[in-house]
Design a protein around this ligand. Structure first.
Ligand SMILES: Nc1ncnc2c1ncn2[C@@H]1O[C@H](COP(=O)(O)OP(=O)(O)OP(=O)(O)O)[C@@H](O)[C@H]1O
Length: 228
């Protein structure tokens, strides 16, 4: 039985490709307002774990539950509750930056989508590129657009796969603040990261992906990232 407030639970989850696991079994839970950092060396299996948790690929074995229900990417509840920002440039080539965000804001029935979009454009520092199509953005600006699309919509669970990639230090700090703000409002967050500063500033616990998956405190998680 899940404890009150638990948003995401994995029980003896095994992830991988063509029947072959990429890491050890994963069991954990994340409650409302918690930030779970996921760390490990390149190729350890972090993205595979998070993609499986987010319903983007099927588990080899074990169980994942969101709000006590099995993961179902097509279910209305799942799409309303779960936001994910992965390292993938998925855009409509003929829609501008502003139009992408309006699409997400309207799709999630925000009260005042226009104002919400302007606020995200400002926050993510892309207001001056709002009128261009994604092809005309730098890679860091495309990353900011993806993050803005992830944060503009309501959600009770957010997956962030290396959100710090291609962000400058000022934007990384702003992102930490945003993660803390969302967690403070009760959102559960799963954060794959190679950035010890981001981890220490935001995470409440840390999962280390390896042949045996372990849970450590955030200080230890930061040391693992730093290789000490
Ligand atoms: N589509 C795929 N098919 C088969 N194997 C894959 C596929 N994607 C990833 N892998 C392999 O699975 C293993 C785990 O990859 P994954 O991307 O989950 O690692 P990661 O911990 O996120 O790495 P990084 O820190 O480099 O992002 C790697 O050995 C990788 O080569």
């Amino acid at each position: 039985m899940a404890a009150v407030g638990e948003v995401l639970e994995a029980d003896r989850l095994l992830v991988g490709y063509a029947g072959t696991p990429v890491c050890g079994e994963v069991s954990f839970s994340v409650a409302a307002g918690e930030v779970l950092a996921v760390v490990g060396f390149n190729g350890a299996g972090k993205s595979t774990v998070v993609r499986t948790l987010a319903g983007r690929q099927d588990p080899l074995a074990g169980d994942v539950r969101v709000h006590r229900l099995p993961v179902a990417l097509d279910a209305v509840m799942f799409r309303r509750q779960v936001a994910a920002v992965f390292d993938e440039d998925v855009f409509f080539p003929s829609l501008t930056v502003r139009e992408h965000l309006l699409l997400v804001a309207r799709g999630h029935s925000l009260d005042d989508p226009e104002n919400a979009v302007e606020a995200e454009l400002e926050f993510f520092g892309i207001a001056d590129r709002a009128h261009v199509v994604p092809d005309a953005l730098s890679s860091g600006q495309r990353r900011r657009l993806l993050l803005a699309a992830g944060f503009i919509r309501p959600s009770s669970l957010v997956f962030l796969d290396e959100p710090e990639q291609r962000l400058d230090p000022v934007m990384r700090d702003a992102l930490s603040g945003r993660i803390l703000e969302r967690a403070g409002a009760g959102t559960a967050i799963v954060l794959v990261t190679h950035d010890p500063r981001l981890l220490v500033r935001t995470a409440t616990s840390c999962l280390v992906i390896d042949e045996v998956v372990t849970t450590v405190d955030t200080e230890r998680g930061a040391q693992i990232i730093a290789g000490t």
